[in-house]
Design a protein around this ligand. Structure first.
Ligand code: ZN
Length: 279
């Protein structure tokens, strides 16, 4: 199974399960995550949802190079009402696909009416930041590291452009301009994380926090979550993200225009990983 689902009392634990590919997120995983979150929302026994990654790393981000990369596969669309990207061309194809599986899905998951906690260890890179950011709380182990290196592709950050809101404008610029990894401790100082704990205690600390929240009433939690999300949107999160999504797609289209159709600016999983290692 690409995604494991387990209920532990009032807590649903949703685990990305492609450890051999550092939990790289293909569309099969995206829709499996969506099904797992839907199951947790529908189960009246579930009060809190934990999102975790199996193995050494939370996630290396979007799948841009494993054998199960499935960018040309159709799935039943859930996030936006738009035509299927399969069979479309150029910017039409990219905009349809990314509106659904990246921006749309992340927004859909941010609106899950139950508290969500990301439990992060090891790598949390690029597209993986989006998964952690849509969760309400983030608990990370002290070995966790983060980066959004996609400016190297000529693209101004990942599709769910929450950087200025979750990091603050200056840290957001440093993260984007350098593409370098930053530590859990640094992320905590910037206000991106709730807790940094020892690697061996990540699971127990995450569960302890989830169980503390789970004693609160379901409706109170749902409304409190909505109130904070609405406040973030009033601070420009939603409209800022819409405008950044336009720049993001301008960048993909520019790359494709100047380099014979390659929207990733000549980069692939290997070159991104190598650049990341040396930085
Ligand atoms: Zn993109």
């Amino acid at each position: 199974m690409t995604v494991e689902y387990e209920r532990r009392g009032p807590v649903a634990v949703v685990t990305m399960n492609r450890p051999e590919y550092r939990n790289a997120q293909n569309s099969a995983m995206t829709y499996a995550l969506d099904a797992a979150f839907t199951r947790a929302v529908d189960d009246p026994e579930v009060k809190v949802i934990v999102l975790a990654g199996a193995g050494e790393h939370f996630s290396a981000g979007h799948d841009i190079g494993t054998p199960e990369r499935d960018v040309d596969v159709s799935f039943e669309r859930k996030a936006v009402l738009w035509w299927d990207h399969v069979g479309a061309e150029g910017g039409d194809q990219r905009f349809a696909r990314e509106s659904e599986v990246y921006l749309g899905m992340c927004r859909r998951w941010r609106e899950i009416p139950k508290p969500t906690i990301a439990s992060v260890q090891g790598a949390c890179i690029a597209g993986a930041l989006m998964l952690a950011w849509v969760c309400d709380l983030i608990v990370a182990s002290d070995d966790a590291f983060f980066a959004d290196p996609v400016v190297r592709m000529g693209i101004p950050g990942v599709e769910y452009f929450a950087h200025p809101w979750v990091l603050g404008p200056r840290a957001a610029k440093e993260v984007l301009f350098t593409g370098e990894r930053f530590t859990a401790q640094q992320a905590k100082e910037w206000g991106m994380l709730n807790r940094v704990v020892a690697r061996a205690e990540l699971e127990t600390e995450t569960m302890a926090l989830a169980e503390k929240i789970a004693v609160m009433p379901r409706m109170g939690l749902a409304l409190a979550k909505k109130a904070v999300n609405q406040a973030e949107d009033l601070m420009g999160l939603r409209s800022g993200m819409d405008s950044a999504f336009g720049l993001h797609h301008f960048a993909h289209a520019h790359n494709a225009e100047v380099s014979g159709g390659d929207s990733l600016g000549g980069q692939d999983a290997r070159s991104m990983r190598d650049a990341n290692r040396t930085s």
